[in-house]
Structures are given as C-alpha cells and as structure tokens.
Write a protein that binds this ligand. Structure first.
Ligand code: TA6
Length: 285
C-alpha cells in the first residue's frame, strides 16, 4: 500500500508516534496512526476547523486532546471498571493505514483499520473542502453471541469564543445533562448557548447540527448517518484547570459536537453483522 501519494506524506512523527501531513489544494491536516486520530483539518480558504490543545499529550497510552478522538467500545468511564481508560481503547491503540487514494479534486481517501476485542473497525477519512468520517464496526463472525458497543466521533471544533457562539439543530431533542449531576431534561426548544460547563448527551436525534460562529464569520454544519446520539461539551473554567492536557484558558476557543451511539442508542450486533456511523462536516459562510 502506498503511504505517500500526492498530498499525503509521512513526516518524522512526534514522540515516536507516526504522523501523516495532509497538504492538498483542497485542505491541510494531520493524521496520527495512534488512535487513527485526525488532529487537524483546515479546508483551503478557511481558518482551522478542528481544535487541538497546545497542552495535548502525544504519547502512546494517552489520548490526543483535540481533533477527532474515536471513542469505542464504550463512552465515558467504563461502566464497571474505573481503572479502564475513559472512552475505551480504540483511541489509544495504533491503527494500520490500509488504503490511500487521491481524488481529482484534491480530496484524499484514507482507510485505517484495527481490532478491538471481537470487533473489526474500519475508519475512512476524506479530508477535502468538506470532511467526511465513516466508522464501520463489524462483530467477528466467530463471536459466539451478540455484543454491544458504544461509539463516538468526539469532534473538537475551533470557535472564536464559546460565549458568543450558538448551536441549532437540537432544539427538539431531550438530553441527559451531565453537569452538575446527571439529570434528564426535556427538549429546550431553544438554540444551545454557553454560560457554564456544558456536558449534554442529546438522544433520539439523527438531525443535522449547525454551529453559528459570527466571530469567525462562519457556520459549521455537522450532518450524520447511523447515529442517534449527539454530545455537546465545553469544560468551561474549573474543569479546564483540572485537565493537565488542556490549557487553563483554552476553554473559550473550542466546543465538542460529537456524533455518537451511546446509552440507550448503543449498538448491539449479531456475529458477522456490521454497523456504519458517519459524519460530514462542512464550513458555510
Ligand atoms: O464528551 C464529553 C465527555 O464525556 C466529558 O464528560 C469529558 O470527560 C470529555 O468527554 C473528555 O473526556 P476525556 O476522557 O477525553 O478527557
């Protein structure tokens, strides 16, 4: 498999982590094999769309803070064993680059794969003028019984100031509000605005979400397939200070809008069965 095609090349890496630079007429970006982690994406003519902490770790065994972490096969803390890594192991293991292709319009098509337990994961990333992410999960045909998983594309988006942006598309969905303590909330019927730590799991929604950012003179649209959960998160001041891989003042410049299958919308597969979850991220003026 060719690892260097027009617009994609392996650089010297970081702390021993293999890193690809993406440089095409359509976009720039960075991809680590560690966690199949897309750490940067900037379409031509726009500001960076993905946010990356200046304090992020880049070490095996630790997650990268920003870009698009892949949460699998559970979301958040492990339901039984707190010693297991939050958001599962997929974002901590080295994936294999299986396929690289450059389309005529400068869009790359990168396919990575890994195995987590009895699941085979295939992740297709197409970083161009738009960003397409597609996660296929297959339960091994050799599995002896159905298995359940949670998954999320935990997308960190760069914003001008969290206090001046708003999010539409989730007004009609109920959500699990996780702060200050877990509480189910009915649909707000209002756009989401941010005035404090916000950690919400919207459930039963396949809707497209739009992040409105007048400070950057743009909107960012996230549409999805195969996902009925959307997570919205900003740590605000105190939680930012408690995270060693998150700058104390970085909370103003980011928001997570996560394409997910979690909680009541976790996925159960029969042996040999597959599930596809995908997101399409577009910058609109
Ligand atoms: O998606 C929101 C969330 O579950 C928050 O509760 C917060 O923990 C965030 O993920 C980051 O998790 P991480 O394990 O990457 O620090």
């Amino acid at each position: 498999m060719k690892t260097s095609i027009p617009g994609l090349f392996l650089d010297s890496g970081l702390n021993g982590l293999s890193r690809f630079q993406i440089r095409t007429a359509a976009a720039q970006g960075q991809l680590f094999l560690h966690g199949a982690h897309l750490a940067a994406w900037q379409p031509a003519g726009h500001q960076p769309v993905l946010w990356l902490s200046g304090s992020s770790w880049f070490q095996s065994g630790r997650p990268i803070r920003g870009g698009v972490p892949i949460c699998f096969p559970w979301f958040g803390p492990h339901p039984q064993d707190p010693a297991l890594p939050a958001h599962g192991s997929a974002r901590l293991q080295e994936w294999q680059l299986q396929q690289t292709q450059a389309d005529d319009d400068g869009t790359l098509r990168l396919v990575l794969q890994t195995v987590v337990g009895n699941f085979q994961l295939r992740y297709e990333i197409c970083p161009g003028a738009e960003l397409s992410l597609q996660l296929d999960c297959q339960l091994s045909p050799d599995a002896t019984e159905p298995e359940k998983f949670e998954a999320a594309l935990h997308t960190y988006l760069q914003v001008s100031d969290i206090r001046s942006i708003w999010i539409t598309g989730l007004e009609n969905s109920g959500y699990l509000n996780k702060v200050p303590q877990p509480e189910w909330c009915a649909a707000s019927e209002q756009p989401i605005q941010f005035t404090a730590e916000t950690d919400r799991v919207y459930q039963g929604t396949a809707d497209t979400v739009v992040l409105h950012d007048p400070g950057l003179l743009r909107r960012i649209e996230i549409s999805k397939q195969g996902s009925l959960s959307t997570v919205v998160w900003n740590p605000w001041i105190d939680k930012s200070r408690r995270m060693p891989d998150f700058g104390d003042d970085e909370w103003t410049g980011m928001v997570c809008i996560e394409t997910a299958c979690v909680g009541e919308h976790a996925v159960v597969l029969q042996p040999g069965q597959s599930h596809r979850m995908s997101a399409l991220i577009r910058v609109l003026s």
